[in-house]
Design a protein around this ligand. Structure first.
Ligand SMILES: Cc1ncc(C[n+]2csc(CCOP(=O)(O)OP(=O)(O)O)c2C)c(N)n1
Ligand SMILES: [Mg+2]
Length: 328
């Protein structure tokens, strides 16, 4: 058996595989839970895009800060939120990572550096720049990361955040998840130039186009960008090309704005299957090892659902907690 693949040891690459599979199986479960009426509010899954959160977050510690979007379950899991705490939060239960107050779009767990997913498109870019400024002032080597979609790059926050990070050499990584649609609006309609990596040059920073369905590539390029930021080399824009293979949100239609052929073509480039096939072809892992990973994740997700089901609702008397600060 081979003990490495590209720049990674077998252990590292299996860990990436497990993270992607954890996100995928959790998302599939959340879709079933949503259909069963267990999840109040919207539920945007990350199916098809798992390689990006996985490849980037593999380089982060809990001291590094992540800011994300309405499609943030994958970022939360890759940053270290336990599966059961994620599912419990979507169920609105007190054992959730945000005590059941966040739900699908507003997950937060600052103790591990998940500074918030958000239903507002764009501002996470500014928040990440702000965190980068804090780290710079504190003089540590932490980095901040903003994950955002193609719908975010025509928002003023994109310009302000990138410009600020550029002029102050902030340790901030801007990770565009270009899945080619903002809800049902094609990126080719909302932007004349969809080659967003090229826009980085206008800010005086490096922009790199990344195959967002190839976790090995995401991991390598993100690793270099993050190390550069830790070393004082400033921000990088990663333009990750990908595709979501489920509807924009659960319960929404998925026709009329994209073709079945396109969806099927992208499914054939599935990030998890691609890596699995490569691992077996390169003798890094056996089919049995991948089956073991599948069984392990199945149990993890089943336990997560049982945990969420059995957990209590928040006490109604605490409804005003965490809303106002007394300033202390
Ligand atoms: C400031 C703002 N404008 C509009 C919306 C409505 N909205 C919710 S999701 C979405 C599309 C976002 O697309 P994108 O950024 O590409 O992320 P994706 O859903 O593709 O991951 C929009 C426009 C919003 N939430 N916030
Ligand atoms: Mg999009």
């Amino acid at each position: 058996m081979a003990e490495s693949i590209n720049h990674l040891s077998k252990e590292q690459v299996l860990s990436l595989y497990l993270t992607m599979l954890t996100i995928r199986r959790t998302e599939e479960q959340l879709a079933r839970s949503y259909a069963a009426g267990k999840i109040p509010g919207a539920c945007h899954t990350y199916v098809g895009e798992e390689a990006i959160a996985t490849g980037v977050c593999a380089h982060l510690s809990k001291e590094d800060a992540v800011f994300s979007t309405h499609r943030g379950h994958g970022h939360a899991l890759a940053k270290g939120v336990p599966v059961e705490e994620l599912i419990a939060d979507l169920y609105g239960k007190v054992t959730g990572c945000s005590q059941g107050r966040g739900g699908s779009m507003h997950l937060f767990s600052p103790e591990i550096g998940l500074m918030g997913t958000s239903g507002i498109v764009g501002p996470c870019i500014l928040q990440a720049a702000g965190a980068g400024y804090s780290f710079q002032l504190l003089g540590n080597e932490n980095v901040s990361v903003a994950f955002f979609g193609d719908g975010g790059v025509s928002n003023g926050a994109f310009h302000e955040g990138l410009n600020l990070a550029a002029i102050w050499d902030l340790p901030t990584i801007f990770v565009l998840e270009d899945n080619q649609f903002a809800t049902e609006v094609a990126f080719t309609y909302s932007a004349k130039n969809t080659d967003v990596a090229k826009r980085a040059e206008g800010y005086g920073i490096q922009g790199i186009t990344v195959d967002g369905n190839n976790v090995l590539e995401v991991h390598r390029i993100a690793g270099e960008a993050i190390q550069r930021a830790r070393d004082g080399g400033g921000p990088t824009l990663l333009d990750c090309k990908t595709y979501r293979t489920r509807p924009h949100a659960e319960g929404m239609r998925d026709g009329g704005y994209r073709t079945v052929e396109d969806i099927e073509a992208w499914k054939a480039r599935d990030p998890i299957e691609q890596l699995g096939e490569r691992l077996v072809a390169d003798n890094v892992a056996t089919d049995d090892e991948l089956d073991d990973a599948e069984s392990k994740i199945t149990v993890l997700v089943e336990n997560g659902v049982a945990f969420a089901e059995e957990s209590p609702w928040p006490d109604p008397s605490t409804v005003m907690d965490h809303i106002f600060s007394d300033g202390s």
